[in-house]
Design a protein. Structure first.
Length: 381
């Protein structure tokens, strides 16, 4: 059984001196050395995720401060367009939501660094700052690479590097163009296309207004509620505590506005899929779950249900599923339910038996997920 989470290779950096720009290995080796010297950075990130007709884009201002501590070695501040602010300082991960007027925190004993490491912004952070000497790893790179030439980007002279790699285990090919600022010796753009089993996904990271090694105040990485905001605990429940335990009850609306509760579904074997339109591996899982639905379409005691989470304001999960010929129903605005179930990564799936007991948890995409889930369903009919 093989799990797939993120296949994108770590983007490494380079020194732009003229004697290395024609050798990709030297470019990447010198790049890593340069990134190890970055102690702080700030930049504006434009991110785009494109799959078929669906497109997600976001803009965020990023502040990074290297610190001397075990574990995740950076303080982070993220300021999203739309007013959401998030910080991580080694003690807690906090974010302010201007719509709910709440500051939510994840305490240290609940691994708050995962909220940074599993965020799409983390890829851009790795473009700018590194914490590990990867020179030996770079020498062993088997990707096909070449320097395409020099270009202009944001009025900066950049070196354009082409890279492609095929993952035979997953029948997946990654092709990327990486653009390195000639003077700062860091990448400021990466455009990667992933083709897997006929499915095409594109990720674009564009860094603007990059500033390095400026003094950043520690107060930048502290987020306290003002007089009009509440401070609330994210209240994560560990997933393994839910395994072989009773699933917490919930009530959400489906796409037609009908209320659906877990209590109303007792007597069925359920597959609950916590997903988002923004999540590439969630989207990749959906055809397998649709096939699972078809497999049990004549059995009224089995149901596959999606629970949409963390959607951007312009997202329409119901239309998204319809446009992609996914016909099991999805419930909406499931963030609080995801917290009850201890979900901290997407997709996360739970199989719940007829008595409401969780009998299996699956995190991430698996190429054989339909068969795995089907076997568990059969054992609980």
């Amino acid at each position: 059984m093989k799990n797939i989470y993120f296949l994108i290779p770590l983007i490494l950096l380079f020194s732009c001196s003229k004697d290395v720009v024609n050798d990709p290995i030297k470019v990447l080796t010198e790049a890593n050395k340069a990134a190890l010297k970055v102690n702080s950075a700030s930049f504006i990130l434009d991110y785009k995720f494109i799959q078929n007709k669906e497109k997600f884009d976001a803009k965020v201002k990023v502040f990074v401060q290297r610190v001397n501590r075990e574990g995740y070695p950076y303080n982070i501040r993220l300021e999203y367009d739309g007013g959401i602010i998030a910080v991580y300082n080694g003690d807690q991960y906090r974010w302010f939501d201007p719509q709910s007027k709440k500051v939510t925190f994840v305490p240290k004993d609940k691994t708050p660094e995962l909220f940074i490491e599993r965020n799409w912004v983390s890829q851009a952070i790795k473009m700018v700052v590194q914490n590990e000497d990867r020179s030996k790893e770079i020498k062993d790179i088997k990707d096909t690479m070449k320097i395409v030439g020099m270009e202009k980007y944001d009025n900066n002279e950049v070196v354009k590097l082409y890279r492609t790699q095929y993952f035979s285990d997953y029948d997946s090919r990654l092709t990327s163009y990486e653009f390195y600022d000639y003077s700062k010796k860091l990448p400021i753009k990466d455009s990667t296309i992933q083709i897997s089993m006929g499915d095409t996904i594109q990720f674009i990271y564009e860094i603007h207004n990059l500033k390095l090694n400026n003094s950043l105040e520690n107060s930048l990485f502290v987020l306290e509620p003002d007089n009009q905001a509440d401070l609330v605990n994210y209240n994560i429940q560990e997933t393994n505590k839910l395994d072989s335990g009773m699933a917490p009850n919930f009530e959400l609306l489906d796409g037609s506005g009908k209320k659906v509760s877990l209590e109303s579904l007792k007597g069925k074997v359920l597959v609950l899929d916590f997903w988002g339109t923004w999540c590439k591996w969630c989207v990749k899982s959906m055809p397998h779950l649709e096939s699972l639905r078809k497999e049990y379409s004549n059995n009224k005691s089995v149901e596959v249900i999606g629970i949409s989470c963390q959607e951007p304001p312009n997202a329409d999960p119901v239309k998204f599923m319809r446009d992609n010929s996914i016909n099991y129903r999805t419930l909406l605005k499931g963030d609080d339910v995801a917290s009850k179930f201890g979900v901290d990564g997407f997709p996360t799936l739970f199989v719940i038996n007829k008595e409401g007991k969780i009998v299996h948890t699956l995190v991430g995409y698996q190429d054989d997920m339909q068969q795995v889930l089907s076997n568990i369903i059969k054992n609980n009919l």
